[in-house]
Design a protein around this ligand. Structure first.
Ligand code: GLU
Length: 457
């Protein structure tokens, strides 16, 4: 017997198909991420298709927010706007001729009829089983026209209805798996009717659970943390947000929370997506962000920080890279978002840093503060430059406090405010060591006058 050629499975091609009508929200970004993970895991293609048939509601800004958000999250698309590909155009608004062609095929097959200027698809009136990779097999009884009226495909004004163009594009773009939000599950039997009428085999479907607020309501565009732009602006590290989005409906077997995307790519499977709705928890995302920032490599941390420092106008280039990395290293485990970076580092780069009114009032204007700063200055002046390190400074503070019968904090607090203008910051001895002897002495000397001049409300 002759060997029949083994049919190789069709290559994995998935797409994210947003409508550019608002911002990129968490639900959309999570859908994009799951598609991307699935494609990368399978060595397939991730396609971006812009579903812009609704001319009245589409905006260029919304499309831009989608590109920016996906790029920020690190989800590069293999085909789509700005990158091109063999299956374009990737904007539905530019695919009219393709839709006309398929409309004619449906018409020729006797599947269409006109109704008050609109074109409708005549449902075969069957029970359609959706075999979903996440939700399992679900039978939809479409036999009753009362509950399932024939769907419109084209409006009287000639514009296309979502169902039709979505199906045509998935066919034409040879999409193998449709991974999308569960809100589309009830559309899927209708889509399967269309595939069949067009003589095509439907792709596999995977409908991912909805994202709910902690109170059980469906997450909406108005909820805090719903827009990806709010994370970009909020000083989140993209890897933390991507990690958090992974956990909305998926989790590694060992229930780890912090897990790198590269590892998720290795182990991601659609069958492991949770059936239950996902609960959105901004606090958890915030926490993860702190975890990421504290543990990223110095090089990556610098890349994350520089745009924030640039934006704040900090002139950080003068003292060289080693100094910059020492500064950033001193705050890495302390800050919660990248927004904190300018305020936590400005005083390292200029002597003209602001004094926080509350810190001044509480610490520098406290009785005895000026005397303590004077004592400290006298002692530190005697410390050799080479001992101006964390380990060299600590005993000086301790000895001084012991000699005066007070807690070390009595020197630490005013010293901190004197050299940084703030009551929170990096660990004090590290901070002094980075600033160096000369600047520390000058700042301790200048502090009483600065404190007196600071406006306190
Ligand atoms: N444009 C549709 C949406 O944004 C696409 C749905 C789908 O992925 O099929 O909901």
């Amino acid at each position: 017997m002759e060997n029949s050629p083994s049919s190789s499975p069709s290559p994995v091609r998935v797409r994210f198909a947003p409508s550019p009508t608002g911002f990129l929200h968490v639900g959309g970004a999570r859908t994009a991420l799951f598609n991307w993970l699935f494609a990368r895991h399978a060595g397939g293609k991730f396609i971006l298709r812009v579903e812009d048939t609704d001319k009245a509601r589409n905006t260029d800004e919304a499309a831009q927010a989608i590109y920016d958000g996906l790029r920020w999250l690190g989800l590069k698309w293999d085909e789509g706007p700005q990158v091109g590909g063999e299956f374009g155009p990737y904007f539905q608004s530019e695919r009219d001729a393709i839709y006309e062609r398929h409309l004619e095929r449906l018409r020729a097959g006797g599947h269409l009829y006109e109704d008050n200027g609109a074109i409708r698809f005549r449902s075969p009136r069957e029970t359609v089983v959706v075999d979903d990779l996440v939700c399992g097999k679900i039978a939809f009884d479409l036999t009753n026209p009362g509950t399932h009226p024939d769907m419109t495909i084209r409006r009287p004004d000639g514009s296309w209805i979502f169902h039709f163009v979505n199906v045509v594009d998935d066919m034409e773009m040879e999409i193998s798996h449709v991974i999308r939000g569960e809100d589309h599950l009830s559309n899927t039997p209708k889509h399967i009717e269309l595939y069949r009428a067009l003589g095509a085999t439907p792709p596999r479907f995977a409908h991912i659970p909805l994202i709910l607020n902690r109170d059980g309501s469906k997450m909406s565009k108005r909820d805090a943390g719903s827009s990806i732009a709010s994370y970009i602006e909020g000083g989140y590290a993209p890897e933390a947000v991507a990690n958090y989005l992974c956990l909305l409906g998926w989790s590694p077997k060992d229930n780890r929370e912090k897990i790198d995307l590269a590892e998720v790519v290795q182990i991601f499977e659609l069958e492991k997506i949770n059936r239950r709705n996902a609960a959105f928890d901004l606090d958890k995302c915030f926490w993860l962000n702190g975890q990421y920032i504290a543990t990223v490599t110095p090089g990556r941390f610098r890349t994350l920080c520089l745009p924030w420092m640039d934006r704040a106008g900090l002139d950080y280039s003068g003292r060289g890279e080693a100094y910059l990395d020492a500064v950033l290293g001193s705050i890495k485990e302390k800050i919660k978002t990248l927004r904190d970076v300018p305020a936590w580092t400005a005083f390292f780069f200029t002597d003209d840093f602001p004094f926080d009114a509350e810190a001044v009032q509480k610490t520098l204007r406290a009785p005895g503060a000026n005397e303590r700063l004077g004592e400290l200055r006298a002692r530190l002046a005697e410390l050799p430059e080479a001992e101006f390190t964390h380990d060299g400074l600590e005993p000086v503070f301790k000895a001084l406090a012991a000699a005066h019968g007070v807690k070390t904090a009595a020197y630490i607090h005013p010293a901190r405010v004197a050299v940084s203008g703030r009551s929170v910051g990096p660990s004090l001895y590290h901070m002094l060591a980075i600033l160096g002897k000369e600047r520390v002495l000058a700042r301790l000397a200048a502090a009483p006058e600065k404190a007196a001049a600071a406006t306190v409300v």
